[in-house]
Design a protein around this ligand. Structure first.
Ligand code: PEP
Ligand code: MG
Length: 855
């Protein structure tokens, strides 16, 4: 290196422009992550070129035209050194303006460099700087260099002339002038609207700061072995230990990463020459430095390096980019090696990214032919041929063909079709609509509320905005993670529930201090819940069981029964089927809590809507078609979600709840005989008044007493209510004394608090969010202010009236990290969410407990 100017003290003690030494006052929150990382590398005694860090404050002042003492910064560098400037934002993910290299080069320095590194290399550096400066700093039109031809001195001369012609000034020769202009342009770029929006989209606060680092250039060009590259010790996709990266002789910056650069491999490779063979000493030193960085910086780092005439320089280190699978693997490996504690490993994985591990994903490197967008309702991706009805989906499955079920919206009638489909697409709906809830429960990719595709269901077509038509049998892909619909198939990455995932989940279980149960309706759901170690089932929606093959007709017969006695007789036939359902759930859950919600939907959801179905029903019930149609019409409601459903059915048609209670108790007795004792939880939906609970409780207690006597057995059970009407939350003090638990159903509670239909909100939700009416879709992210107020109030009143009462949340918000934080703060006992979201919820809960511990 060149002769040093010994002026360090002046810069080192200046909080705005600080020389990066082992002890300089540099911090992440004042100078940004890159500056802090460079200081750590200096402390490790790594060969880092001399660097001055500019603070967030300094850069803010620069943007306003107040320059720091640039002469002092230049004086910090060895005499005549060229410099580069790189951004240093607090979080590297927030980005920043591109690096500018070779600042300080001018005609004199160029001639000197011709003698030290050769004319060709010197001319390449100078030309690159002139062009970069013109475009990025002086903001000139890149086309002005279109005419530049050849290379070496000729290209340089033409570039300088083009600059002078355009600006009518000589290209700036003074390094201080060059550096001043570069700093100003980078500071202003950070303040620009597009940069601001971009980083805010990545979660940066509105006032996020930018630091800059000015570093002495280490040349990757010149005599001897010169070049630049990057190296990391793990594979970014898998997280497995493997030296990866690229090196390019006679290059600078990130040139080596360009796909057509002709870069070398790092380690010996049969496919071509490698750095290991070309410069074994430098390679050895490099890998040793990388290993030291990993150990001391306690993270897998990507090292940016330069080799200058065989000598290695470390320019920078950034935490490696990594897939979610790699993030888990890396965190677990670092903890296993004792480099970080387990709690820190848990904090290193973003809970939401776990969904990528739990489902098939479209390979991010593959091409996407996007034909439409909707709401990402259930994560994962699937390819299949289009079908337009549940029965076609089943037929397709029986032929072994993957299909995508397209519906305007789904209803319980579609459930069997959904089971058979690989993915679901609906025109209407939001994150808590039927398709979304069932999709998440089944782990079935689902996109709902697709507004930019026309659904022409009578013609069995969908038509994109651009007029592309897709018909029954055409292949499409739904990506329920991003809410996109693609034409044809796509390259997929399989789910990766490996040992690392399981271990991380085990650690999360050890620290989490709020329970996580699963919403599970079927044995398959329950098994998934069990596999993810859910603390029981928090919501079993029993109505889905009545859509099973062989039950629907019996159900319809029950609905058509004229008297209570007739109804009971039909329900007798459903009883053994329900008993078997519950026995299976209890067995799978092996003594863990199972909370069964009594029948909730309006009865007419079980009746056929179309003439053909009504004719079949008339046949099955031996009734005239007109009778059937009339009865169906008579049962229809203007607003079924607020009509005869939930506990209102329990009160007015008590036979259904009595049958369900009997099935639950008989299953309890049977399963307790040969396994863990079962204490079932029975939950009453849609309660709004105390008397509703009293009536249902009296009926269920009577059934319990009858079963105890009949079976000569004693068992306990817990009765609770779903708090999903605002009134239930307000009246929790009156209702709680009759209950063992209160479970907030935030789907309906959100719907009723806002007066916003959960099935229709998808149509305008994006407008509402875009225009800032709602910060977020309240069906997706719990509205902690309004709905949250009801939750707190209900919990407080419930607890005051019945100390020790169990409080939980079982709406879709239960799988959402922010909502879990709210529930934890409010002292809830557990949250319950779709089985596939249990790991996300568990990790979020663990992180909350850790954050709470460290304060
Ligand atoms: C709810 O309303 O929050 C709930 C869990 O029940 P469902 O989604 O079945 O209405
Ligand atoms: Mg509900």
């Amino acid at each position: 290196m060149l002769r040093l100017n010994i002026k360090g003290a002046a810069v080192q003690n200046n909080p705005d422009t600080t020389l990066v030494t082992a002890t300089g006052p540099i911090a992440n929150h004042t100078h940004g992550g890159r500056a802090k990382c460079l200081q750590r590398l200096v402390r490790l005694d790594l060969p880092v070129p001399r660097t001055v860090a500019l603070s967030f404050d300094a850069v803010q002042k620069i943007a306003k035209g107040e320059m720091p003492d640039v002469a002092n910064v230049v004086a910090e560098m060895p005499q005549g050194a060229l410099m580069c400037v790189r951004p240093s934002s607090q979080d590297p993910d927030w980005g920043g303006p591109g690096a500018v290299l070779n600042i300080g080069i001018n005609d004199t320095r160029f001639e000197e460099l011709c003698t030290t590194i050769g004319e060709e290399a010197a001319a390449a550096l100078y030309t690159r700087f002139v062009q970069g400066y013109a475009i990025n700093v002086a903001r000139l039109d890149p086309d002005m260099f279109d005419e530049v031809s050849g290379d070496g001195r000729a290209a340089l001369t033409q570039s300088l002339r083009a600059y002078e012609a355009e600006t009518e000034e000589q290209f700036p020769q003074d390094p201080e002038v060059q550096l001043t202009a570069v700093l100003r342009s980078m500071a202003r770029a950070w303040d620009g609207t597009s940069a601001r929006l971009l980083r805010q989209a990545k979660g940066a606060p509105a006032d996020a700061g930018l630091g800059l680092v000015v570093q002495e250039m280490a040349f990757g060009v010149g005599n001897g072995q010169c070049g630049s590259g990057v190296l990391q010790l793990v594979d970014s996709d898998t997280g497995l230990r493997q030296i990866t990266g690229r090196y390019l002789s006679q290059s600078q910056g990130r040139d080596a990463l360009a796909s057509d650069a002709g870069s070398l491999y790092l380690t010996c490779d049969p496919r071509g020459p490698s750095l290991e063979e070309l410069a074994p000493e430098a390679f050895k030193e490099l890998t040793e430095h990388a290993a030291l960085m990993r150990r001391k910086l306690r993270a897998e780092m990507q090292v940016e390096f330069v080799i200058e005439d065989g000598k290695l320089h470390i320019l920078d280190g950034v935490v490696v980019a990594r897939s979610s699978r790699a993030a888990v693997k890396i965190a677990v490996a670092l903890a296993d090696e004792g480099i970080i504690p387990r709690e820190e490993a848990l904090m290193r994985v973003e809970p939401r990214t776990l969904t990528e591990l739990l489902h098939r994903q479209i390979d991010p490197r593959s091409k996407r032919d996007v034909i439409g967008r909707g709401i990402a309702a259930s994560p994962g991706a699937a390819t299949g041929r289009i079908v337009f009805s549940a029965s076609e989906a089943q037929a397709s499955a029986s032929r072994g063909e993957a299909c995508i079920l397209i519906r305007r919206e789904t209803s319980p009638e579609d459930i069997r079709g959904m089971h058979a489909a690989a993915g679901v697409l609906t025109e209407r709906g939001g994150v808590t609509s039927h398709a979304a809830v069932i999709g998440r429960g089944l782990g079935l990719p689902c996109v709902v509320g697709v507004s930019n595709i026309k659904f022409n269901l009578s013609k069995k077509q969908i038509v994109t905005k651009e007029g592309r038509v897709f018909e029954e049998g055409d292949e499409i892909t739904v990506d329920g993670s991003s809410g996109t619909i693609l034409a044809g198939s796509a390259q997929m990455i399989e789910a990766a529930l490996d040992e690392n995932f399981t271990r991380l989940m085990g650690w999360a279980e050890d620290v989490a201090d709020i329970g996580v149960r699963a919403n599970a309706d079927t044995p398959a759901d329950a098994q998934t819940a069990r596999n993810f170690n859910a603390h029981g089932i928090g919501l079993c929606r029993t109505e889905h069981m009545f859509f099973e093959a062989g039950r629907l007709t019996v159900m319809r017969e029950m609905i058509f029964a004229e008297t209570g006695e007739d109804r009971r007789a039909v329900l007798e036939r459903l009883l053994p089927m329900q008993r078997d359902d519950f026995k299976e759930l209890f067995r799978i859950m092996q003594g863990q809590s199972v909370c069964i919600r009594l029948f909730d939907p309006p009865l007419h959801e079980f009746l056929p809507m179309h003439k053909a179905g009504q004719r079949e029903l008339a046949d099955a019930l031996n009734l005239p078609l007109s009778d059937v149609t009339r009865r169906i019409e008579a049962m229809s409601e203007y607003n079924p979600m607020l009509g005869l459903r939930g506990v209102r059915l329990g009160v007015t048609v008590p036979e259904i709840y009595e049958m369900q209670a009997r099935a639950i108790f008989e299953a309890t007795v049977e399963v307790s005989q040969d396994g863990e004792p079962v204490v079932p939880e029975i939950m009453i939906p849609l309660v709004s008044a105390r008397r509703e609970v009293e009536l249902v409780k009296t009926a269920i207690d009577a059934v319990a007493a009858a079963v105890r006597t009949e079976q000569d057995s004693s068992f306990a059970y817990r009765l609770g209510i779903m708090v999903e009407t605002p009134r239930a939350a307000l009246m929790a003090g009156e209702i709680a004394p009759h209950c063992a638990f209160l479970s907030f159903g935030t789907n309906d509670l959100t719907q009723m608090t806002y007066g916003l239909s959960r099935d229709d909100a998808g149509r305008f939700m994006s407008d509402y969010v875009q225009q800032g009416v709602f910060d977020e879709d309240p069906f997706h992210m719990l509205d902690t202010q309004g709905v949250g107020e009801l939750l707190k109030l209900g919990a407080e009143r419930g607890r005051a009236a019945q100390p020790g009462i169990t409080i939980s949340l079982c709406g879709e918000h239960g799988g959402n990290p922010e909502s879990i934080a709210f529930c934890r703060d409010a002292g809830f006992d557990y949250v319950s969410c779709s089985p596939f979201r249990v790991p996300v919820a568990r990790l979020a809960a663990a992180q909350l407990a850790i954050k709470h511990k460290i304060g």
